[in-house]
Design a binder for this molecule. Structure first.
Ligand code: MG
Length: 473
C-alpha cells in the first residue's frame, strides 16, 4: 500500500498484484484483403477527367483533394474485426457504433448502409434505433483505435504530398502543389490513393477534387461511398447548385430556416441572391455562405500539424449526481486521466474549465486561469472542485467534464517548482505514471474509490480531443 501525501479524502493508493496490463497497443487495421467492397466508378469521374484536361484554368488555380473516410467509426471497427479473424463485415449488416443505452451514452455515432435502410440516423438515441431494427448490432466506440486508423491514413497520404491538413479525425485536405512531376494526373492519382487505402488499411474513402478546399469538400460529399468526384468551378452550376441549400457547408438548421423564409431553397437560389442584401440580413456569416454558394474560397491547405488546443476529459454518469461529494469523486477520476495525458505529452495547461450537464441536458461551464500552468493531478483536482462549487446550481447532474487549455511545454515547470509541496506531488505523479505504465492503469487506485460506484479513472480519449470540423476551412 502506498500513502498519498496530504491528499484529498485521505486517500490511499492500493497496489494490486502486479501483472502486465492486458490492454496492449491495439493493432491498426493493416494490410489485408477484403472479399467485398464497392469499387464502382462514379458517373462524374470520367466527366471530371475531361473537365480537368480541358480546363487549363483549373490547373493554374492549383488542385486540392478532400479525403473523407466513409462511415469512419463503423468502417474502422469493421476493418479491425476482419483483420482479427471475424468473418462478419459490420458494413454488410444493420449495425451501428454507439453508446450503451444503460449508461446513457446512447447515441448513434456511425451506421452501416443496411442500418440506414431502416431509417436509422446518426445522432439519434440507440434505443430509438433498436426500435426501428431490433436485430441491429450495436458496437461500442473505441476512440483510441480510430485515432490510430486516422494516423495510418495520414501516413499513406504523406507519401504523395507533404501538404496535408487534417480537418477532423476522418477528413483531411491534400495540396496537389508540387506533385505533378511524379503524379501528372490528379484523377488517376486519386484512384491510386483510394485503392491503396482500401488495400492496405481496409476501409473506403471518398475523394473530392477541385481548385479550393470548399469545393473539394463539397465534391467528396456527393454520392458515397468509395467514390471520386470532381467539382471544378465550371461544374458548380450543374453539380452543386441543384442541391438543397442546407447541404452547403456551414448552412445549419437555423440558417436554412431563415433562407427558406425568403424563398431560398437550393444552393442556386442563394448563389443568385443579391449579395448587397445578404450582409445587412445575415451579417458576415451570410456573406461567407453566399461566397461558398458561388464556389468562392481561398484558404491555403495548412500543412502544419494543428497544435493541440486543450486536453479534456468528460464522462456521463450512469445515475444522477445530487451531492457534492459524489461530484468531487467524479472530478477526481477525470483529473486522474486528464493530468496523466498532459504528462504523457509533456504539456502543462494554464486555463482550467469544468463543464456540467444537468438531467434536463442543460449545459454550463466555469473556468479560471491557474496561478501556474500545471499537469499535477492534485492541483487540477483541487481547482476543479473549487470551480464546481462556484458553478453548481444544485440540480441533478448527468455529465461532468474538465479541460485544460492554453497549453505550454512542461520544460517550463522545471523552472517554476520552488514549492516543496508541489514538488512532492509532482514526483508522486511521476511514480504513479511509471507504475501504471508498467503494470496497467488499474494496479493503483485511490482508496476513496474502493466502495464507490464511480470508476477510479473516468473518460478517456474522446472525439473532443481531435481537431473537429469547424467553420474555419
Ligand atoms: Mg467521414
Amino acid at each position: 500500500m502506498l500513502l498519498l501525501p496530504e491528499h484529498m479524502f485521505g486517500d490511499i493508493i492500493k497496489v494490486r498484484s502486479p501483472r502486465q496490463s492486458a490492454a496492449g497497443k491495439e493493432k491498426v487495421p493493416g494490410r489485408h484483403r477484403m472479399a467485398k467492397g464497392g469499387r464502382g466508378m462514379c458517373s462524374n469521374e470520367r466527366a471530371g477527367e475531361r473537365n480537368l484536361h480541358a480546363n487549363g484554368k483549373a490547373k493554374k488555380q492549383g488542385i486540392v483533394f478532400h479525403i473523407d473516410v466513409n462511415s469512419a467509426y463503423l468502417s474502422w471497427e469493421a476493418a479491425y474485426r476482419i483483420q482479427h479473424g471475424d468473418p462478419l463485415d459490420l458494413r454488410n449488416i444493420p449495425s451501428i457504433v454507439g453508446g450503451n443505452p444503460a449508461e446513457r451514452r446512447g447515441i448513434v455515432l456511425a451506421k452501416s448502409i443496411p442500418a440506414k435502410k431502416f431509417g436509422i440516423k446518426t445522432g439519434e438515441a440507440v434505443g430509438a434505433a433498436l426500435h426501428k431494427c431490433p436485430d441491429l448490432m450495436v458496437v461500442k466506440p473505441r476512440y483510441t483505435l480510430y485515432k490510430e486508423c486516422s494516423e495510418a491514413m495520414i501516413e499513406v497520404l504523406k507519401e504523395y504530398s507533404p501538404q496535408i491538413q487534417q480537418y477532423s479525425i476522418d477528413e483531411c485536405f491534400l495540396d496537389y502543389k508540387g506533385m505533378k512531376d511524379h503524379f501528372p494526373d490528379p484523377i488517376t492519382t486519386a484512384h491510386k490513393i483510394k485503392k491503396r487505402i482500401f488495400a492496405e488499411l481496409g476501409f473506403t474513402v471518398n475523394i473530392g477534387i477541385s481548385t479550393n478546399k470548399l469545393l473539394a469538400k463539397m465534391a467528396s460529399e456527393l454520392k458515397k461511398p468509395d467514390k471520386i468526384h470532381t467539382l471544378f468551378p465550371e461544374e458548380v452550376p450543374d453539380k452543386m447548385w441543384c442541391l438543397p441549400v442546407e447541404e452547403l457547408f456551414m448552412v445549419g438548421r437555423a440558417t436554412a430556416k431563415k433562407l427558406h423564409e425568403r424563398g431560398i431553397f437550393t444552393i442556386r437560389d442563394l448563389a443568385r441572391y443579391d449579395k448587397s442584401l445578404i450582409k445587412p440580413w445575415l451579417k458576415s456569416h451570410g456573406v461567407m455562405i453566399w461566397n461558398y454558394a458561388n464556389g468562392i474560397e481561398c484558404s491555403p491547405v495548412k500543412g502544419d500539424v494543428i497544435p493541440i488546443k486543450g486536453v479534456g476529459n468528460s464522462t456521463t454518469i450512469p445515475f444522477d449526481i445530487c451531492e457534492s461529494r459524489k461530484a468531487h469523486l467524479v472530478l477526481l477520476s477525470l483529473a486522474e486521466k486528464v493530468s496523466a495525458r498532459l504528462r504523457q505529452t509533456d504539456l502543462l495547461g494554464e486555463v482550467l474549465t469544468v463543464s456540467l450537464k444537468t438531467d434536463e441536458l442543460d449545459s454550463y461551464s466555469h473556468q479560471k486561469r491557474l496561478e501556474l500552468p500545471t499537469n499535477c493531478t492534485d492541483v487540477i483536482y483541487q481547482g476543479a472542485v473549487q470551480l464546481f462549487e462556484e458553478a453548481w446550481k444544485q440540480e441533478p447532474l448527468r455529465h461532468l467534464g474538465i479541460r485544460l487549455s492554453e497549453l505550454c511545454s512542461s520544460d517550463f515547470q522545471q523552472l517554476t517548482i520552488h514549492d516543496g509541496a508541489l514538488e512532492k506531488k509532482t514526483k508522486m505523479d511521476q511514480v504513479v505514471d511509471q507504475i501504471r505504465k508498467r503494470y496497467g492503469s488499474k494496479v493503483l487506485i485511490r482508496s476513496c474509490f474502493l466502495h464507490a460506484d464511480i470508476k477510479p479513472m473516468s473518460g478517456g480519449t474522446t472525439e473532443e480531443d481531435y481537431p473537429m470540423m469547424s467553420s474555419v476551412l
